[in-house]
Design a protein around this ligand. Structure first.
Ligand SMILES: [Mn+2]
Length: 347
Protein backbone atom coordinates (compact mmCIF):
# COMPACT_ATOMS: atom_id res chain seq x y z
CA UNK A 1 0.00 0.00 0.00
CA UNK A 2 1.48 3.30 -1.11
CA UNK A 3 1.34 5.80 1.74
CA UNK A 4 -0.04 9.09 0.44
CA UNK A 5 1.29 11.83 2.68
CA UNK A 6 1.41 15.59 3.09
CA UNK A 7 4.31 17.72 4.18
CA UNK A 8 3.64 19.67 7.33
CA UNK A 9 5.99 22.28 8.80
CA UNK A 10 5.09 21.66 12.40
CA UNK A 11 3.38 23.78 15.01
CA UNK A 12 4.41 27.00 13.26
CA UNK A 13 2.89 25.90 9.95
CA UNK A 14 -0.05 28.16 9.10
CA UNK A 15 -1.89 25.01 7.99
CA UNK A 16 -3.18 23.02 10.98
CA UNK A 17 -3.28 19.23 10.95
CA UNK A 18 -7.07 19.47 11.35
CA UNK A 19 -7.28 21.03 7.86
CA UNK A 20 -5.04 18.38 6.31
CA UNK A 21 -7.32 15.80 7.95
CA UNK A 22 -10.13 17.05 5.74
CA UNK A 23 -8.28 16.03 2.58
CA UNK A 24 -9.81 12.56 2.52
CA UNK A 25 -6.95 10.67 0.86
CA UNK A 26 -4.09 11.75 3.10
CA UNK A 27 -2.93 9.07 5.51
CA UNK A 28 0.50 10.26 6.51
CA UNK A 29 2.45 13.31 7.54
CA UNK A 30 5.96 14.14 6.39
CA UNK A 31 7.71 16.44 8.81
CA UNK A 32 10.81 17.26 10.82
CA UNK A 33 11.80 18.60 14.22
CA UNK A 34 12.35 22.22 13.31
CA UNK A 35 13.62 23.34 16.69
CA UNK A 36 16.81 21.26 16.59
CA UNK A 37 19.81 23.23 15.28
CA UNK A 38 21.46 21.77 12.15
CA UNK A 39 23.80 18.96 13.13
CA UNK A 40 22.54 18.41 16.67
CA UNK A 41 21.03 15.13 17.89
CA UNK A 42 17.28 14.63 17.60
CA UNK A 43 16.36 13.45 21.11
CA UNK A 44 14.14 10.36 21.29
CA UNK A 45 11.72 12.12 23.61
CA UNK A 46 11.22 15.03 21.20
CA UNK A 47 10.59 12.61 18.34
CA UNK A 48 8.09 10.61 20.40
CA UNK A 49 6.23 13.72 21.59
CA UNK A 50 5.93 15.03 18.04
CA UNK A 51 4.86 11.63 16.78
CA UNK A 52 2.13 11.45 19.41
CA UNK A 53 0.89 14.87 18.31
CA UNK A 54 0.69 13.73 14.66
CA UNK A 55 -1.03 10.46 15.60
CA UNK A 56 -3.56 12.24 17.77
CA UNK A 57 -4.60 14.18 14.67
CA UNK A 58 -5.27 10.88 12.91
CA UNK A 59 -2.10 10.44 10.89
CA UNK A 60 0.97 8.25 10.71
CA UNK A 61 4.33 10.08 10.67
CA UNK A 62 5.47 8.34 7.50
CA UNK A 63 8.74 10.09 6.71
CA UNK A 64 11.20 12.56 8.12
CA UNK A 65 12.05 15.30 5.66
CA UNK A 66 14.66 15.98 6.50
CA UNK A 67 17.56 15.69 8.90
CA UNK A 68 19.92 18.26 7.38
CA UNK A 69 23.52 17.23 6.77
CA UNK A 70 25.93 19.67 8.38
CA UNK A 71 28.07 21.67 5.94
CA UNK A 72 31.22 20.32 7.65
CA UNK A 73 30.22 16.83 6.46
CA UNK A 74 29.59 18.00 2.91
CA UNK A 75 32.84 19.96 2.90
CA UNK A 76 34.79 17.07 4.45
CA UNK A 77 36.07 19.30 7.23
CA UNK A 78 37.97 17.94 10.23
CA UNK A 79 34.97 18.27 12.50
CA UNK A 80 32.80 16.01 10.36
CA UNK A 81 33.23 12.90 12.52
CA UNK A 82 31.61 14.72 15.41
CA UNK A 83 28.61 15.68 13.25
CA UNK A 84 28.36 12.21 11.69
CA UNK A 85 28.27 10.61 15.15
CA UNK A 86 25.38 12.91 16.03
CA UNK A 87 23.63 12.12 12.76
CA UNK A 88 23.93 8.40 13.60
CA UNK A 89 22.32 9.02 16.99
CA UNK A 90 19.42 10.83 15.32
CA UNK A 91 18.93 7.85 12.99
CA UNK A 92 18.96 5.45 15.96
CA UNK A 93 16.37 7.57 17.73
CA UNK A 94 14.02 7.76 14.75
CA UNK A 95 14.35 3.99 14.38
CA UNK A 96 13.45 3.52 18.04
CA UNK A 97 10.41 5.74 17.49
CA UNK A 98 9.35 3.52 14.60
CA UNK A 99 9.85 6.01 11.77
CA UNK A 100 11.46 4.23 8.86
CA UNK A 101 11.96 6.72 6.02
CA UNK A 102 14.54 9.49 6.11
CA UNK A 103 14.90 12.05 3.32
CA UNK A 104 18.15 14.00 3.14
CA UNK A 105 20.17 15.85 0.55
CA UNK A 106 23.81 16.61 -0.14
CA UNK A 107 23.49 19.99 -1.82
CA UNK A 108 26.08 22.61 -0.83
CA UNK A 109 24.66 25.68 0.92
CA UNK A 110 21.34 25.96 -0.94
CA UNK A 111 18.99 23.00 -0.83
CA UNK A 112 16.71 24.56 -3.43
CA UNK A 113 16.77 27.78 -5.32
CA UNK A 114 14.38 29.88 -7.38
CA UNK A 115 14.53 33.28 -9.06
CA UNK A 116 10.99 34.09 -8.01
CA UNK A 117 8.47 32.63 -5.58
CA UNK A 118 5.47 34.42 -7.07
CA UNK A 119 5.44 34.08 -10.83
CA UNK A 120 1.96 34.83 -12.13
CA UNK A 121 0.38 32.18 -14.37
CA UNK A 122 -2.32 33.04 -16.96
CA UNK A 123 -5.08 31.76 -14.64
CA UNK A 124 -4.03 34.21 -11.90
CA UNK A 125 -2.39 31.64 -9.66
CA UNK A 126 1.26 32.07 -8.70
CA UNK A 127 4.13 29.60 -8.64
CA UNK A 128 7.85 29.24 -8.00
CA UNK A 129 10.07 29.72 -11.02
CA UNK A 130 13.73 29.50 -11.95
CA UNK A 131 15.45 31.61 -14.55
CA UNK A 132 19.12 30.83 -14.98
CA UNK A 133 20.08 34.28 -16.21
CA UNK A 134 18.55 35.93 -13.16
CA UNK A 135 20.27 33.48 -10.82
CA UNK A 136 23.63 33.82 -12.57
CA UNK A 137 23.69 37.57 -12.03
CA UNK A 138 23.24 37.40 -8.24
CA UNK A 139 26.29 39.02 -6.69
CA UNK A 140 26.82 37.96 -3.08
CA UNK A 141 29.41 40.63 -2.48
CA UNK A 142 26.82 43.34 -3.12
CA UNK A 143 25.31 44.66 0.02
CA UNK A 144 21.73 44.45 -1.20
CA UNK A 145 21.88 41.13 -3.07
CA UNK A 146 18.60 39.31 -2.94
CA UNK A 147 17.77 35.69 -3.38
CA UNK A 148 14.15 34.67 -2.96
CA UNK A 149 13.69 32.60 0.15
CA UNK A 150 17.33 32.56 1.14
CA UNK A 151 18.54 35.99 2.11
CA UNK A 152 17.78 35.34 5.75
CA UNK A 153 19.09 31.79 6.21
CA UNK A 154 22.78 32.63 6.59
CA UNK A 155 24.12 36.07 7.29
CA UNK A 156 26.12 37.54 4.45
CA UNK A 157 29.49 36.82 6.04
CA UNK A 158 28.73 33.16 6.65
CA UNK A 159 27.30 32.79 3.15
CA UNK A 160 30.42 34.20 1.50
CA UNK A 161 32.63 32.04 3.72
CA UNK A 162 30.70 28.93 2.69
CA UNK A 163 30.73 29.80 -1.00
CA UNK A 164 34.51 30.34 -0.79
CA UNK A 165 35.02 27.04 1.03
CA UNK A 166 33.16 25.16 -1.71
CA UNK A 167 35.25 26.85 -4.40
CA UNK A 168 38.08 24.57 -3.29
CA UNK A 169 35.91 21.44 -3.60
CA UNK A 170 35.54 19.57 -6.86
CA UNK A 171 32.66 17.27 -7.72
CA UNK A 172 34.97 14.33 -7.00
CA UNK A 173 35.68 15.78 -3.55
CA UNK A 174 31.93 15.90 -2.97
CA UNK A 175 31.60 12.24 -4.01
CA UNK A 176 34.38 11.34 -1.60
CA UNK A 177 32.67 13.22 1.21
CA UNK A 178 29.30 11.66 0.43
CA UNK A 179 30.87 8.19 0.34
CA UNK A 180 32.59 8.79 3.68
CA UNK A 181 29.27 9.88 5.17
CA UNK A 182 27.30 6.94 3.75
CA UNK A 183 29.82 4.33 4.89
CA UNK A 184 29.23 5.53 8.44
CA UNK A 185 25.50 6.18 8.46
CA UNK A 186 24.09 3.41 6.26
CA UNK A 187 25.12 0.55 8.60
CA UNK A 188 23.45 2.45 11.45
CA UNK A 189 20.32 2.95 9.33
CA UNK A 190 20.27 -0.79 8.55
CA UNK A 191 20.49 -1.70 12.23
CA UNK A 192 17.78 0.85 13.07
CA UNK A 193 15.25 -0.22 10.46
CA UNK A 194 15.60 3.09 8.63
CA UNK A 195 15.81 3.58 4.87
CA UNK A 196 17.51 6.75 3.70
CA UNK A 197 16.49 8.41 0.45
CA UNK A 198 18.65 11.12 -1.03
CA UNK A 199 16.78 14.02 -2.61
CA UNK A 200 18.22 15.07 -5.98
CA UNK A 201 19.68 18.52 -6.52
CA UNK A 202 17.04 21.15 -7.16
CA UNK A 203 17.52 22.36 -9.85
CA UNK A 204 19.65 19.53 -11.30
CA UNK A 205 22.58 21.63 -12.47
CA UNK A 206 25.37 23.72 -11.01
CA UNK A 207 24.51 27.09 -9.51
CA UNK A 208 27.02 29.75 -8.43
CA UNK A 209 29.77 27.29 -9.47
CA UNK A 210 28.91 25.08 -6.50
CA UNK A 211 29.72 21.37 -6.93
CA UNK A 212 26.35 19.59 -7.16
CA UNK A 213 26.47 15.85 -7.76
CA UNK A 214 22.95 14.33 -7.68
CA UNK A 215 21.62 15.57 -11.00
CA UNK A 216 21.01 12.66 -13.37
CA UNK A 217 20.85 8.91 -13.93
CA UNK A 218 24.62 8.46 -13.95
CA UNK A 219 24.80 10.18 -10.56
CA UNK A 220 21.90 8.15 -9.13
CA UNK A 221 23.50 4.89 -10.28
CA UNK A 222 26.80 5.91 -8.73
CA UNK A 223 25.12 6.83 -5.46
CA UNK A 224 23.25 3.52 -5.24
CA UNK A 225 26.42 1.59 -6.06
CA UNK A 226 28.35 3.10 -3.16
CA UNK A 227 26.49 0.70 -0.87
CA UNK A 228 24.13 -1.91 -2.28
CA UNK A 229 21.64 -1.77 0.53
CA UNK A 230 17.91 -0.99 0.78
CA UNK A 231 18.94 1.56 3.41
CA UNK A 232 20.82 3.46 0.72
CA UNK A 233 18.00 4.57 -1.54
CA UNK A 234 16.35 7.51 -3.28
CA UNK A 235 13.75 10.19 -2.77
CA UNK A 236 12.75 10.46 -6.40
CA UNK A 237 11.53 13.99 -7.09
CA UNK A 238 9.96 14.39 -10.53
CA UNK A 239 10.04 18.18 -10.42
CA UNK A 240 13.66 18.48 -9.39
CA UNK A 241 15.21 16.01 -11.81
CA UNK A 242 12.61 16.69 -14.50
CA UNK A 243 13.71 20.30 -14.88
CA UNK A 244 16.46 18.81 -17.04
CA UNK A 245 14.85 17.47 -20.17
CA UNK A 246 17.37 14.64 -20.45
CA UNK A 247 16.06 13.09 -17.23
CA UNK A 248 13.21 10.88 -18.44
CA UNK A 249 11.18 10.61 -15.25
CA UNK A 250 8.96 7.79 -16.49
CA UNK A 251 11.93 5.60 -17.36
CA UNK A 252 13.83 6.50 -14.19
CA UNK A 253 10.81 5.73 -12.02
CA UNK A 254 10.41 2.38 -13.79
CA UNK A 255 14.09 1.59 -13.32
CA UNK A 256 14.52 2.50 -9.66
CA UNK A 257 11.07 1.43 -8.43
CA UNK A 258 11.72 -1.88 -10.20
CA UNK A 259 14.86 -2.32 -8.11
CA UNK A 260 13.10 -1.24 -4.92
CA UNK A 261 15.50 1.66 -4.45
CA UNK A 262 12.88 4.41 -4.04
CA UNK A 263 11.63 5.00 -0.50
CA UNK A 264 9.95 8.33 -1.02
CA UNK A 265 8.21 9.70 -4.11
CA UNK A 266 7.84 13.44 -4.66
CA UNK A 267 5.22 14.18 -7.31
CA UNK A 268 5.61 17.62 -8.81
CA UNK A 269 5.05 19.00 -12.30
CA UNK A 270 7.06 21.73 -14.00
CA UNK A 271 7.12 23.50 -17.35
CA UNK A 272 10.50 24.03 -18.96
CA UNK A 273 10.94 27.53 -20.34
CA UNK A 274 14.52 27.23 -21.59
CA UNK A 275 17.54 24.94 -21.31
CA UNK A 276 18.10 25.96 -17.67
CA UNK A 277 14.80 27.56 -16.81
CA UNK A 278 11.37 26.39 -15.70
CA UNK A 279 8.35 27.20 -13.62
CA UNK A 280 6.27 24.94 -11.43
CA UNK A 281 2.71 24.01 -12.37
CA UNK A 282 -0.35 22.21 -11.05
CA UNK A 283 0.15 18.45 -10.75
CA UNK A 284 -1.85 17.04 -13.71
CA UNK A 285 0.09 15.78 -16.74
CA UNK A 286 -1.58 18.32 -19.04
CA UNK A 287 -0.26 21.24 -16.98
CA UNK A 288 3.46 20.65 -17.45
CA UNK A 289 6.26 18.64 -19.02
CA UNK A 290 6.21 15.70 -16.60
CA UNK A 291 3.95 12.81 -17.55
CA UNK A 292 2.63 12.32 -14.04
CA UNK A 293 0.14 9.66 -15.14
CA UNK A 294 2.90 7.50 -16.64
CA UNK A 295 5.14 8.06 -13.61
CA UNK A 296 2.33 6.85 -11.33
CA UNK A 297 1.74 3.86 -13.60
CA UNK A 298 5.38 2.86 -13.07
CA UNK A 299 5.07 3.07 -9.30
CA UNK A 300 1.89 1.04 -9.47
CA UNK A 301 3.41 -1.55 -11.82
CA UNK A 302 6.14 -2.24 -9.26
CA UNK A 303 3.69 -2.39 -6.32
CA UNK A 304 5.29 0.65 -4.75
CA UNK A 305 4.58 0.60 -1.03
CA UNK A 306 6.69 3.55 0.06
CA UNK A 307 5.76 7.11 0.96
CA UNK A 308 4.45 9.48 -1.71
CA UNK A 309 3.47 13.11 -1.46
CA UNK A 310 2.34 15.92 -3.68
CA UNK A 311 5.33 18.26 -3.91
CA UNK A 312 5.15 22.03 -4.43
CA UNK A 313 1.82 23.47 -5.45
CA UNK A 314 0.81 26.87 -6.75
CA UNK A 315 -0.85 29.52 -4.64
CA UNK A 316 -4.53 29.62 -5.62
CA UNK A 317 -7.81 31.07 -4.36
CA UNK A 318 -5.99 33.94 -2.69
CA UNK A 319 -4.13 31.70 -0.27
CA UNK A 320 -0.99 33.14 1.28
CA UNK A 321 1.71 31.25 3.13
CA UNK A 322 4.88 29.29 2.58
CA UNK A 323 5.66 29.40 -1.16
CA UNK A 324 5.04 25.98 -2.73
CA UNK A 325 3.42 24.67 0.44
CA UNK A 326 -0.09 26.05 0.47
CA UNK A 327 -2.99 23.82 1.43
CA UNK A 328 -5.23 24.20 -1.62
CA UNK A 329 -3.16 23.29 -4.64
CA UNK A 330 -1.31 20.49 -2.87
CA UNK A 331 -4.71 19.09 -1.87
CA UNK A 332 -5.80 19.14 -5.51
CA UNK A 333 -2.54 17.35 -6.32
CA UNK A 334 -3.21 14.72 -3.65
CA UNK A 335 -6.72 14.10 -5.00
CA UNK A 336 -5.34 13.78 -8.52
CA UNK A 337 -2.74 11.24 -7.40
CA UNK A 338 -5.30 9.30 -5.36
CA UNK A 339 -7.73 9.23 -8.27
CA UNK A 340 -5.16 7.82 -10.64
CA UNK A 341 -4.04 5.28 -8.04
CA UNK A 342 -7.60 4.10 -7.46
CA UNK A 343 -8.14 3.68 -11.20
CA UNK A 344 -4.90 1.71 -11.51
CA UNK A 345 -6.02 -0.55 -8.67
CA UNK A 346 -9.10 -1.55 -10.70
CA UNK A 347 -7.08 -3.20 -13.45
MN1 LIG B 1 11.09 17.35 -4.02
Amino acid sequence: MMKLSFRWYGLHDSIPLTYIRQVPVIKGIVSALYHIPVGEIWPLKDILDYKKHIEKAGFEWTAIESIPVHEDIKLGNARRDNWIAKYCDSIRNMGKAGISVLCYNFMPVFDWIRSTLTMKLPDGSTCLAYNHETISTVDFTKRDFSLPGWATIYDKKKLIWLLDAYKERSEEDMWENLTYFLKKVIPVAEESGVRMGIHPDDPPWSIFDLPRIIRNEINLDRLLNIIESPANSLTLCTGSLGADESNDMVRLTDKYAGRDRIVFAHIRNIKRTGPFSFHETAHPTACGDINVLEVLKMYHKHNYSGVMRPDHGRMIWGETGKPGYGLYDRSLGAMYIAGIWEALNQK
